[in-house]
Design a protein around this ligand. Sequence first.
Ligand code: ADP
Ligand code: MG
Length: 398
Amino acid sequence: MAKKTIRDIDVHGKKVLIRVDFNVPLKNGEISDENRIVEALPTIRYVLENGGKAIVFSHLGRVKDESDKAKNSLEVVAKRLGTHLKQDVVFVPVTRGKALEDAINALENGQVLMFENTRFEDIEGNKESKNNPELGAYWASLGDVFVNDAFGTAHRAAASNVGIAANIKQTVAGFLLEKEINFIGGTLEKPERPFVAILGGAKVSDKIEVIQNLLKIADKVLIGGGMAFTFFKAMGYEVGKSLLELDKVELAKELLDQAQGKIELGDDVYTGKGFSADTEKNVRSIHEIPQDEMGLDIGPRTIEIFKSYIKSAKTVVWNGPMGVFEFPSFAEGTKSVALAAASIKNQATTIIGGGDSAAAVIQFGLADGFTHISTGGGASLEYLEGKVLPGIACVDDK
Ligand code: ADP
Ligand code: MG
C-alpha cells in the first residue's frame, strides 16, 4: 500500500516532529559508528531547507532506572548531528515539560532541536516502549506534523511512533523509511523474476517465518549457514557437531515437502573440528560429515550452485550469512555469495535484510554492490516474515 511521504506535505513554518533511529553504538561515551546519523540526514535537511522547524528524537539503548541515564544520553549524538548539518542543534536534556515546550516555541524556521532519549520515559512503567497513550498524546501536542523515519523500531508500537501518529493530523514517512518500504515491501509485493531468496545465519528457529514467507514468494530459496544442518538432518544425513536444532527437524521436513524442490541446500560444506578461527579446515560432502567435525561454511560445490542461481536472478533478497564469516577462513561462502549478488547489480534488485549479513557485506567492502541494505535488523526480519509493521502501518496512506 502506498504511504504518504514527507514530499506530500508542506513543512514551511511547521513544527515538524521527526522520529529517527539514532540508536548508535557508543564506546566510552564516543559514537563508534555514525551510520544511523548519516542515514537520517536527508529527511532532516529536507525539513530545514523547506523552512520547517525540526524537532528530532530517538531512543538510545535501554533505560531501566536512573543509573542508565548518563550513559544513554543523546547529547553526544546531538553534537554530531550539528557537525553534519553545519548548524547548531538545540539540545534539550529532558523528554517533557516546560523547558522543552519553551525551547520548541522559540525555534525559528530552519532550526533544529533534539530532545533527550525517548526511553528515559521507560523508567516509570515503560511508557515509551509500551506505547502509553498519555505520552504519545503529549509528544504529538508538541508539533504540527509527524515524520516517522525510524525503520529500526518500526516493528514495535511505541509512544514515539504509533502513539504520536494516533494523536496528530498528519503522519508521513521520511526518506529512510520510504526506502525500506519501497525496497523490502515493494519487492515482496511485486518481485521481478526469477526471485532468489538467500537464507542463512545461525538458527532455523530465528527464521521459520522468513523461510515460510519467502517460500511463498520466491522462485528459489537457497539455504546456507548454521540453519542448513537442521535441514540436512531432516534429509537423513548425519551432521556431526554442526549446529543442529533437533526440535526443528520435523518442521524442516515439512518445509522441504512444501517447497517441492524450491529449497536448495547445496551438497558440501567446509568443516572444522572446533568452533575457532584457526581450526583445521576440510571440505566434506554432506553425506560424509565426520562425527567430530562441524560445518562452518558452505562448500565449494555449493558456492558454485548458489552462484549459478544468483547470476540469473532479477531479484535477490538475502538474510543471514552462509557461514561463520567472523572467522576469515570460513568467510568464503558468504563472500562468494556477496560477490555474485554484487555482480548482477545492473540487471537486478539486490536487497540485504539482517544485521549480520549487512555487517558482512560492509566488512567485505561490497556495500555499494547492493541496491539496498536495510538499516533495521529485527524490523527487516519481521518485514521479510510478511508482517505488518506498526511503525509503517501508522503512516497515512496516499
Ligand atoms: P542476520 O543478523 O543477518 O539475520 P543471524 O543473526 O541469523 O544473521 O546469524 C548470524 C550468525 O550466524 C553469525 O554470527 C554467524 O557466525 C552464524 N553462523 C553462520 N553459519 C554458521 C554455522 N555453520 N555454524 C554456526 N554459526 C553460524
Ligand atoms: Mg543477527
